[in-house]
Design a protein around this ligand. Structure first.
Ligand code: FES
Ligand code: FE
Length: 446
């Protein structure tokens, strides 16, 4: 159940109120379950930012399509005969029926179930039943599918933006973009999705998981202690505590925030050494420095989790499977459904040219830890659900949360960080959550 904000509190005023809170190191709980703010997000945020749509391996051939969403708009992502990936609103130009009811497939044409109009792989209207008998001058060329204004990909990740005036994807990502190399270039063939993405509905506001993955290292030793106790983590419990290697570096770059572990040079997260050689041979000199020297004191780094604003996250963790450290790679989309409700989308990815045995083990690691049945994932969902549920309490929703970790310790950025963006020498910081919410208030107030 959701409750509207107090009478007279215009959404714009509420956003200003949140901005003041965030500036002062607090967050009012109502932002996680509020119909008016949800509506504002759909109007002012999602139609203007770049949103993750698919990985290129999900649509490898002409005619391959998947159905995804940008905010509350359903979109078809399809590879054309020219090899280009495009996206269109999933609505027929005739009377607005949902055009593509299959979630995934491959087709020469997209045909509407209502009156049978059909469109080719480039979105052009090509077939109209009884065409000349019922229309004298149907302007077919004007009745192609409504395109998503911009579609682009970076390192195999395809994003879309409904705003034709928005900056390019690379400009939007800014300094974040080069860091993607660190997770995509362990294979000359790049990454590929294992099976289909998993999806599940949670009574959680979409911002909470994104915030968790931009920068909540603090919850890991406590919420996920049981994963340590059963030996699921590929790192020690101590490494997750303040000063530990796992929580070594936090990076803010462009529209992304992410965590990097400090790594001894021979720790490969369970990736075969040959993949690390391929990685070093394919990344830029700047990223090679981050990878091999960014940890300081002779240590390298390894990206473990992060988010791109607004609702895309990635996780790359070592998990112990049958006594063997095994990496999992997953990307996430936190799809808003309605106030306080999110559809979690989760993809498992592996190196496309890896041995079958490695792919199998890595996908097992993913299943054991992440996804709707994963041990780690379930810890998180319950935490996030309780915040969202609390946000409708008459008094609770106004109760300010405390997000000032790191402030009184005077933690300064790493002066000689070798990569773009700004890095801090710990992940025990509330700065990334505050940055995320600051961005959110800026989008909602423009
Ligand atoms: Fe699609 Fe009529 S609504 S053909
Ligand atoms: Fe967690």
């Amino acid at each position: 159940m959701t409750i509207a904000p107090p009478t007279g509190a215009e959404p714009a005023n509420r956003v200003r109120e949140v901005a003041d809170h965030v500036e002062n190191g607090s967050v009012p709980t109502f932002i996680y379950n509020d119909p008016q703010l949800f509506e504002l997000e759909q109007k002012k945020l999602f139609p203007r930012v770049w949103v993750f749509l698919a990985h290129r391996s999900e649509v490898p051939n002409p005619g391959d399509f998947v159905v995804r969403s940008i905010g509350t708009d359903s979109v078809i992502v399809i590879r054309g005969d020219d090899g280009e990936v495009r996206a269109f609103l999933n609505t027929c130009r005739h009377r607005g029926a949902k055009l593509c009811n299959a979630e995934v497939g491959s087709s020469r044409t997209l045909t509407c179930i209502y009156h049978g109009w059909s469109y080719n792989r480039e979105g052009k209207l090509t077939g109209v039943p009884f065409g000349r008998a019922v229309y004298k001058d149907l302007p077919k060329e004007e009745l192609g599918l409504n395109p998503v204004a911009q579609v682009d990909q970076v390192e195999g990740f395809i994003f879309g933006c409904l705003d034709p005036e928005a900056p390019s994807l690379l400009d939007y990502l800014g300094d974040f973009a080069p860091y993607l190399q660190l997770v995509t270039k362990r294979s000359a063939a790049g990454l590929e999705v294992v099976g289909y993405p998993q999806r599940w509905i949670v009574e959680v506001d979409w911002k909470i998981p994104t915030e968790n993955l931009v920068g909540d290292a603090y919850h890991t030793p406590y919420s996920h202690h049981s994963a340590s106790e059963v030996g699921l983590w590929g790192w020690s419990y101590g490494s997750m505590q303040p000063g530990g290697t796992k929580v070594g570096v936090h990076v803010q770059a462009g529209n992304g925030d992410f965590a990097m572990a400090r790594r001894s040079q021979d720790f490969t997260y369970g990736y075969p050494p040959s993949m690390i050689d391929v990685l070093r041979s394919q990344i830029s000199p700047e990223m090679a420095k981050v990878f091999d020297e960014g940890g300081g004191d002779g240590l390298g780094t390894w990206p473990t989790r992060g988010s791109i604003f607004p609702n895309f996250s990635a996780i790359n963790l070592p998990i112990v499977i049958h006594g063997e450290v095994t990496p999992l790679m997953s990307v996430r989309l936190w799809q808003p459904v309605r106030p306080g409700v999110t559809e979690a989308w989760s993809w498992c990815l592996v190196e496309a040219d890896a041995a079958a045995e490695f792919k199998e083990r890595s996908s097992r690691a993913y299943t054991a830890a992440m996804g709707p049945s994963g041990m780690v994932e379930q810890d998180d969902m319950e935490n996030w659900r309780t915040i969202t549920a609390g946000a409708v309490g008459e008094q609770t929703r106004e109760a300010p949360q405390y997000v000032r970790m790191g402030e009184d310790l005077g933690i300064k950025p790493i002066a000689d960080w070798p990569g773009p963006g700004t890095a801090w020498p710990t992940q025990y910081l509330d700065l990334p959550v505050r940055t995320f919410l600051k961005r959110w208030t800026q989008w909602l107030s423009q």
